[in-house]
Design a protein. Structure first.
Ligand code: SF4
Ligand code: FES
Length: 359
């Protein structure tokens, strides 16, 4: 039997006031009328808790767009779960936050697109900067811990020092600087988003210095730009190992991007329990452990560190979800990534960003 998951990522809705082109949500977003009901979500939370999950991350899209959010927070809280609200901050008034905190929100994760108003709003596709700054102050006033999350890419990487300063100014306890991972909308916009080697060479030491300077005050988590690395990231810390995601329509995913693997048979909470899916479904068991691996991963000592990299990326770039992540320098398909870096990084050829929108 697999070990219990630490947490549930509950994507309550794909609807969102922002239109960020780096979004990892699928191109085909779930429409409002296909979203799970309040009752469905309560049942999902019950089942996640019974499975052993102790953290519930309420995410999207923008979870504030669900009118039943207070009821869902209260239910997650009543189960003894730690409740994390993952939000753009748009729609988070002081009163609304106060009432959500009173029913059980324990932590807020706020997205920030860039360090300046103009940069932030250009990437978000709407005027959101001032509302984010305001939202951060409400979180602080409420006495809740704040994480700021910024997805990094070619359009904001040069402002990394400003982003760190902004998160400090906002009073964040933790800053996640996550180089874009290329799934969904981000994959579609990869040519606009891929950072250059020169940008990373400047940004990496700035982040390292800030991590040292702010140790004990603000934790900075830095997710690497894996296309530029020699080894892949330990994606999800192993498939079906720590967390499960429930999409707005009830699809249960071993990782938030797993719908990109078209060969994967995805189960839904309307048809099966989380217990059944976590422990026995073909989708969750497909890449658990090491048996499924091919060489070079199978005989590689790093397999216990990176688990062969990312299954979604392997599928997208090679058509085989069990292949070594092509980001790895030992992968026979590494040339695919090198070719992308060569062809998509010439700044004169950067196309316009396709903004994330419901069709
Ligand atoms: Fe990781 Fe596989 Fe590359 Fe080894 S061969 S470093 S296990 S991805
Ligand atoms: Fe799906 Fe890495 S994003 S396994």
């Amino acid at each position: 039997m697999a070990e219990a998951p630490f947490g549930l990522l509950a994507e309550l809705t794909h609807r969102c006031p922002l239109q960020c082109g780096y979004c990892s949500n699928p191109l085909e977003l779930v429409r409002r009328d296909a979203e799970l009901s309040t009752e469905d979500w309560r049942r999902v939370f019950d089942q996640a808790r019974a499975l052993g999950a102790l953290q519930i991350h309420l995410s999207g899209g923008e979870p504030l767009l669900r009118p039943d959010l207070p009821e869902l927070v209260a239910h997650a809280n009543s189960l003894g779960c730690y409740v994390n609200l993952v939000t753009s901050g748009v729609g988070l008034s002081r009163d609304r936050l106060r009432s959500l905190a009173s029913v059980g929100v324990d932590h807020v994760q706020l997205s920030l697109q860039d360090a300046t108003r103009s940069g932030n709003d250009r990437i978000a596709g709407i005027k959101a900067f001032d509302r984010k700054v305001e939202a951060a102050s409400f979180v602080l006033d409420e006495g809740l811990p704040l994480t700021v999350n910024t997805v990094l890419h070619r359009q904001n990487l040069d402002n990394i020092a400003g982003i760190i300063a902004m998160a400090e100014q906002m009073g964040a306890e933790r800053l996640e600087l996550a180089n874009t991972q290329y799934y969904g909308w981000a994959l579609r916009n990869r040519a606009v988003l891929l950072p250059t080697r020169a940008q990373l060479a400047v940004a990496d030491p700035i982040v390292a210095a800030a991590q040292d300077r702010l140790r004990g005050r603000m934790e900075i988590v830095y997710v690497i730009a894996d296309y530029h690395e020699a080894h892949p990231k330990p994606c999800m810390y192993g498939w079906g190992a720590r967390q499960l995601t429930v999409a707005p329509n009830g699809d249960v995913l071993p990782c938030p991007a797993a719908t990109v693997i078209s060969s994967l048979e995805i189960e839904n909470v309307r048809d099966s329990s989380l217990h059944e899916i976590w422990h026995h479904s073909p989708s969750f068991n497909a890449f658990r452990g090491f048996e499924w691996m091919q060489d070079p991963c199978r005989s590689c000592p790093r397999k216990e560190i990176d688990f062969g990299g990312c299954r979604c990326q392997a599928f997208q770039l090679t058509g085989d979800a069990a292949a070594t992540d092509p980001v790895c320098s030992l992968s026979p398909a590494r040339s695919t990534v090198d070719l992308i870096l060569e062809t998509e990084m010439a700044p004169s050829e950067v196309p316009a960003m396709a903004m994330r929108k419901m069709r």
